[in-house]
Design a protein around this ligand. Sequence first.
Ligand SMILES: NC(=O)c1ccc[n+]([C@@H]2O[C@H](COP(=O)([O-])OP(=O)(O)OC[C@H]3O[C@@H](n4cnc5c(N)ncnc54)[C@H](OP(=O)(O)O)[C@@H]3O)[C@@H](O)[C@H]2O)c1
Length: 366
Amino acid sequence: MKPKMRTIFRSCLNFPTEAIFVSDREIFSPAERGVGVPTASEVGEKSADSEAKSARVGNFKQLLTLTFAILMTNALPGVSQNRDNTPFPWVTLNNGVEMPMIGFGTNTLGGERATNAVAEAIDVGFRLIDTATTYGNEAAVGEGIRQGIERSGIDREDLFITTKLWADDMGYEKAMAAFETSLEKLGLDYIDLWLIHRPRPHEDIPGSWRAMEELYAAGKIRAIGVSNFTPEQLDELLAYAKVKPAVDQIETHVFFQQFAAQRDLETKGIQMEAWSPLVAGNNLQGQQSKIFTNSVLVDIAKKHGKSTAQIALRWIIQRGIITIPRTTVRAEMQENLDIFDFELDADDMRRIATLDLDKTQFPHWN
Ligand SMILES: NC(=O)c1ccc[n+]([C@@H]2O[C@H](COP(=O)([O-])OP(=O)(O)OC[C@H]3O[C@@H](n4cnc5c(N)ncnc54)[C@H](OP(=O)(O)O)[C@@H]3O)[C@@H](O)[C@H]2O)c1
């Protein structure tokens, strides 16, 4: 890569360019490359024929990579230095609002557990809190926000609160009412980011979006966006939206790498946010997707003196994607924020690319 381009990337992301755009293997998922998930031996056992073929497509892929890199540069104009002494970068969304690159997820947390975890997370240093109506914990999260503000001596304005409109509340009237309920439960007078949680077929997405646009125009929401929207669903929305979504929050982790979705979002100027960055800590699809003991991640973790969770999170952030890990353990909260003093290199990124299973690890949620 040319030095000039490298400099642009460094200043844009404050991360090493080589680790993001090292080769086609980081940019293209196995499906996009037209091959199955390569095993280590497959990677090492390329025939002379396939090497020659690779060389032929190499130039074309490099061109694509460069094009994508330029798009990334244009679409991520605002990943900035850390703000207000926070230990993480903030990204400027397409409407000028700044959002932390890492936040705290609250799915499955309820009652006191949610309150304590959110208060603790704010105390540890998290500023972005992610909840949703369907988690049934907005009141408990709201209480955690109040306690967190008190404990850490920050202001409400220092926080970035996301909640989501559930599928049952779609349509203009219902969305308007759902927003007031969310606001009341959270005990807030505005929301930083409100997302359509899930685009179910036959639900009134245009009516919901109109409600969101009105609330946004009225200053009750600082940014509006979507979650779990495919490129096609975004195209439909963009055909009538007066306000472009600022964010699309989608499942993204080492086992579902979502490079095609990322390219689409970058082209559209919509910030990507990764949910379940640690695959919910589960072992849903058996040994293959056991994240914390995965041998590739364990190896890379040893090399950097970090944990596997930190490698998995750093890999997302290093791609310019926001993420929101959840934990109730203070030490793990601290660990999840402690990912800005090291860099994954080209070899790390290449090895992590081989972990892509290129499909959801939560089929029961779709
Ligand atoms: N928009 C959507 O449709 C959608 C869907 C799913 C999730 N989300 C959002 O994304 C957030 C994160 O996803 P998630 O809650 O599914 O799970 P996750 O963050 O991928 O993983 C959480 C699990 O990882 C463990 N963990 C966290 N940090 C760790 C560390 N440093 N070391 C070891 N283990 C660690 C936690 O353990 P402990 O429990 O022991 O602390 C927990 O079991 C959610 O909370 C929610 O806000 C959105």
